[in-house]
Design a protein around this ligand. Structure first.
Ligand SMILES: Cc1cc2nc3c(=O)[nH]c(=O)nc-3n(C[C@H](O)[C@H](O)[C@H](O)COP(=O)(O)O)c2cc1C
Length: 347
């Protein structure tokens, strides 16, 4: 960096450069594409004269599937990561404070601009990947993911307080399958869980949130979909329109994101880690989909950890694999307009 550039950056650091509202609109539009449980989009940004903030929108928390707000924080962590990536891709040197006010736990992050810099090529690539990424619930091809690629995913997911495990040994897969199936059955037997899910299965012509039928897989009768680790079943009073018409025997790579304990900060950081891993996978030509039944509730997270013999707690799980070459991109899941999720305060 030139001396002048360095001086400008230093000055920016002291005063805090103002955020350009047009750039913020663009960044928030992409950060809003973060994945969220049942596409609840439980977030709201506010542009203040000196900084941008991200808050949890508790009205959008799932009362049955997410009573302690764990999935809400994972979702918001993903939105946090995309906000940072977007600001960096726009050439900003961003400084983020997570959970800056203990008296206001729903204030999840504050972003301040300390100066300008040339965007790194990787940030620009990640920002572009964020605009393409979507949860892919179709079967992946049987093609193995090379060990070097798994290491790239591990490195992308690694961050303060979070690391990724990829259980591949057969006894680990059996234990994981048992844990996910047990959590899945427990939830499926709860009429309130089913009713809540049904409320979030929404027609994308009418609603800008929720999971549309076009994103829900449907396997015709007599056409088996064998998978050791079961997917969350969204066909609750609604028939999926994402037709799975070939015989499949799936063994996707499973990523598990672990933290030492279960604090709000760790859940937020696990969401950031999930987002980084998804974007890296997208850049590597891999599809991803969260698979979170076994981590929805603290009782599940603790039980899975014990069953798997892990030190930490699993915060999130993802299926990962190569999309089949002939598969067309499924329709994108909708998002609310930026005017609904970004408040701009007068300068
Ligand atoms: C915390 C969390 C849990 C999720 N759990 C599941 C899940 O168990 N099964 C699934 O198919 N999708 C799951 N998703 C994906 C969301 O349904 C998806 O992100 C949302 O519908 C938006 O779609 P998109 O990711 O394609 O943009 C989860 C996402 C998050 C952030």
């Amino acid at each position: 960096m030139s001396e002048q550039g360095a001086a400008a950056t230093e000055a920016g650091r002291e005063s805090g450069s103002p955020l350009d509202p047009d750039i913020v609109q663009e960044v928030v539009a992409v950060a809003n594409r973060a994945p969220s449980i049942h596409n609840t989009q439980p977030w709201i940004w506010t542009l203040h004269p000196s900084h941008l903030s991200l808050r949890a929108d508790r009205d959008r928390q799932l009362r049955v599937a997410d009573p302690d707000g764990h999935s809400l924080l994972i979702s918001c962590g993903a939105a946090l990561a995309l906000t940072e990536i977007g600001l960096r891709a726009a050439g900003s040197d961003v400084q983020t404070r997570r959970l800056p006010d203990p008296a206001d736990p729903d204030l999840l992050a504050e972003f301040r601009i300390a100066g300008r810099r040339q965007p790194a090529a990787h940030d620009t690539d990640l920002f572009a990947a964020a605009q393409r990424r979507q949860s892919d619930r179709r079967p992946f091809t049987p093609q193995d993911i090379p060990a070097e690629t798994v290491e790239l995913l591990r490195a992308a997911a690694a961050g303060p307080g979070v690391h990724a495990e990829f259980p591949v040994r057969s006894e680990q897969r059996v234990n994981l399958a048992v844990a996910v199936s047990w959590a899945d059955r427990t939830e499926q037997r709860d009429p309130e869980y089913l009713a809540e899910m049904n409320r979030w299965l929404r027609d994308s012509d009418v609603h800008a949130d929720g999971v549309p039928a076009s994103a829900i897989p449907h396997v015709p009768p007599g056409q088996p979909r064998h998978t050791d680790v079961p997917l969350r079943d969204f066909e609750v009073g609604v028939s999926g329109r994402l037709l799975i018409e070939r015989d499949v025997d799936e063994h996707p790579l499973i990523a598990v994101l672990l933290t030492e304990s279960d604090t709000a900060l760790e859940q937020l950081q696990a969401g950031e880690s999930m987002m980084r891993l998804m974007l890296e996978a997208e850049l590597l030509g891999l599809g991803t989909c969260p698979l979170s039944q076994a981590v929805d509730l603290i009782a599940f997270r603790t039980r899975v950890s014990t069953l798997m013999g892990w030190q930490g707690l699993p915060q999130m799980m993802l299926r990962i694999g190569y999309p089949a070459p002939g598969d067309l991109q499924a329709a994108r899941t909708p998002r609310r307009p930026v005017t609904d999720i970004l408040k701009v305060l007068p300068a």
